[in-house]
Design a protein around this ligand. Sequence first.
Ligand code: SIN
Length: 311
Amino acid sequence: MADDMQAGGRSDGRFDPRRWAAERYVQDGVTVRPLSCAIGAELEGVDLAEAARDDALFGTVRELLLRHKVLFLRRQAITRAQHVAFARRFGELEDHPVAGSDPNHPGLVRIYKSPEAPNDRYENSWHTDATWREKPPFGCVLRCVECPPVGGDTMWANMALAYECLPEAVRARIGRLRARHSIEATFGAAMPIERRLALKAQYPDAEHPVVRTHPETGEKVLFVNGFTTHFTNFHTPDNVRVGQDFTLGSSQLLQYLISQAAIPEYQVRWRWERDSVAIWDNRATQHYAVMDYAPCHREMERAGIQGDAPF
Ligand code: SIN
């Protein structure tokens, strides 16, 4: 329970996400500073190495993650082993087929960008991680190892809020839709054809509901992103009325839904410093790494946590 119910809770004890998001509060000794009313909070006074060992502290961080969807921490001078140990509290880690992992710490994916290393993958598109998997990740713990003097921020969007704000007619139409997600759509697209086809053979497309139900909060989440190629059960003549005189066909509707993550009111933007950490719930968010720092270096290490099949 929160130490200060006035700050974030309601006097009748019911959870009100908008009120929680508005004010700084303390929960179980952790100071929580929301960064927007839509998504994201910075935690103060938490050492992630300690949170990996301390069940109560880890439980508080996990609860706050469900509430705010992305958590930020500064001054986490942790080792790679401590980074992995903390992320492992959430579940098993997974490697990434395109971005390599640290050889001594499987599951700790290196996202290193420099003028010398050619860029063969792109995080500057709105995406939910690895939805081309049957079981996309639960979430990630991302640590900044080296950040450019300017630029290189990351943004996250609250996709439950994006769903909630859709016009009623759209929500009614998409409730039963399903869509295909492909690794070809982003990572593969930057590769020579043979490499792309080999990648796709190894990681076949996945199909997911367009609106997923968050398995822990019960929220409805808009679940299409840059990996989504098409609806699998949308009949072409069945256009969707969005406004008074405005209807959308299948591919227009998909692009409309994908574009919702780009609405600033659903977002938070984080300025990195060395040893800053972000922890996000991949089941309820999308993110976008801003690539505005060339010719500078940027080095990030990401522990991705295995997830469940969306329903
Ligand atoms: C990612 O897309 O998972 C990486 C985000 C970042 O490098 O900021």
